[in-house]
Design a protein. Structure first.
Length: 176
């Protein structure tokens, strides 16, 4: 879905609002304080791209682990290269002495204690004080949920050649 969404930036025809088949719109309804419904049901170009990507990657994986690993290495190399390119661009072309002084100058360590209260918006003119530790914890939520590699560990079970032998003979780990 993300691939289809971001591909739509380059090609506006790929969009969640560009419907191929539109069946209906689910009516809105309330369940206690929650308002549910209101979504469209059908197939749009963004969903079609997502389906095609899953089908293509599944077909590639049918040809074996080595082919799938090659594709994964190509995509990983592309992502790391793009990230390195952004870092190099930021270090050499995006350097701004005024911004560096404002961000890392004399006030860099001001209010840096873990228990130091920080004012954040509470809505309706109110403000809420939270500690630096709370601010750091909230800032990490997105990165922790995006790094959900823990669930991918189980996928290695399908790559093991002799699963029963590994349990009985640990020295086979080196040969698998």
């Amino acid at each position: 879905m993300a691939f289809g969404k971001f591909l739509g930036i380059f090609w506006p025809a790929i969009s969640s609002s560009n419907w191929i088949v539109h069946f209906w719109k689910v009516p809105k309804f309330s369940v206690g304080p929650m308002l549910l419904g209101g979504m469209d049901v059908g197939l749009n170009t963004q969903n079609l791209v997502a389906i095609l990507v899953v089908v293509v990657l599944s077909i590639i994986n049918i040809f074996g682990v080595k082919t799938g690993a090659l594709i994964q290495n190509v995509f990983t190399t592309a992502k790391v290269s793009a990230l390195l390119g952004l870092v190099i661009f930021g270090l050499f072309l995006g350097r701004n002495a005024l911004a560096i002084a404002a961000n890392f100058g004399a006030n860099f360590w001001k209010n840096a204690g873990l228990g130091t209260p920080h004012e954040v918006g509470g809505g309706a003119g109110a403000s809420v004080l939270v500690s630096t530790l709370t601010v750091l914890a909230i800032a990490q939520v997105g990165s922790l949920f995006s790094a959900d590699a823990w669930n991918n560990v189980t996928f290695t079970a399908g790559e093991v050649r002799i699963p029963t032998a590994i349990c009985r003979y640990p020295w086979l780990w080196a040969q698998v």
